[in-house]
Design a protein. Structure first.
Length: 257
């Protein structure tokens, strides 16, 4: 078990969703600070602004959801990461926000489908074509976007500070019940589809992948944001935080060229 009293802290940037953000929250308990949180922005949407028309964003009751939607609409991932690159010790990335696919609002212009916007019915007022995760078209869009992202990380000297956190969706809860589906997606289906994307990162980029041990991939029935196959027991986040601190420590010990 990690001794939280002995940690020195560091600076984190999060690109993704609850998996990376909850890992960062565990690190915050140990003295780390989150510099920036970029959420609800697919790699496909990044750098591809979408004109969503005159929308009433007040239907998004959460300020976080409104900020994320506007950020995604202009596709400003690179600008956000550039702004904090110099003060980022670890860039935590997960692929959770890719799960609902993207909406093509015009040729080459994309919005990331988010649970908040779907719940609020925001997409009902947007003309667009849905491109689902796991389809041939989505993969053909995502792969070059991944290559662009990898090049961008190298340009910002962030490649060796970036960690893709790979935690499959849990099949069972802590009370040993089957996990519920999320927006019609089951753990079995999503894990099978997401494997293709993780493999692309592993095979075609230099991004480090941190994969959680199977025995800790358990959904928390009492998670602060409710039950979901991607809301895990506390022991998982402790393990991830331990590993992330070890990665950062090892990197810090490498002499500069």
């Amino acid at each position: 078990m990690h001794d939280t009293e002995s940690t020195f802290g560091g600076r984190i940037t999060v690109y993704g969703s609850c998996v990376a953000r909850d890992s960062a929250r565990e690190l915050e308990k140990r003295g780390w600070n989150v510099q920036r949180y970029v959420a609800r922005q697919s790699l496909i949407s990044a750098g591809r602004p979408a004109d969503a028309g005159d929308l009433d964003l007040s239907v998004l009751t959460s300020p976080f959801a409104r900020r994320s939607f506007l950020s995604d609409m202009v596709g400003n991932l690179e600008a956000q990461l550039t702004a904090v690159a110099a003060r980022t010790d670890l860039l935590l990335w997960d692929l959770t926000d890719e799960r609902l696919g993207v909406l093509e609002t015009a040729p080459g212009a994309f919005l990331t489908c988010s649970t908040e916007a779907m719940t609020a019915g925001l997409y009902d007022d947007i003309t667009g074509r849905h491109v689902e995760l796991g389809t041939t078209e989505h993969l053909h869009l995502w792969r070059p976007a991944l290559h662009h992202f990898s090049t961008f990380l190298k340009q910002l000297d962030l490649m060796d500070r970036t960690v893709l956190i790979h935690v499959p969706w849990a099949m069972r809860t802590a009370s040993d019940e089957p996990t519920i589906s999320s927006w019609g997606q089951t753990a079995t289906e999503t894990n099978w589809v997401m494997t293709r994307y993780i493999d692309l990162v592993r095979q075609e980029t230099g991004v480090r992948i941190l994969q959680a041990p199977d025995e800790l991939v358990i959904a928390d029935d009492a998670h602060r944001r409710g039950p979901a196959p991607f809301h895990y027991v506390a022991a998982l986040y402790v393990w991830l935080a331990d590993e992330l601190e070890a990665i950062h420590s090892a990197r810090s010990l490498v002499p500069l060229a």
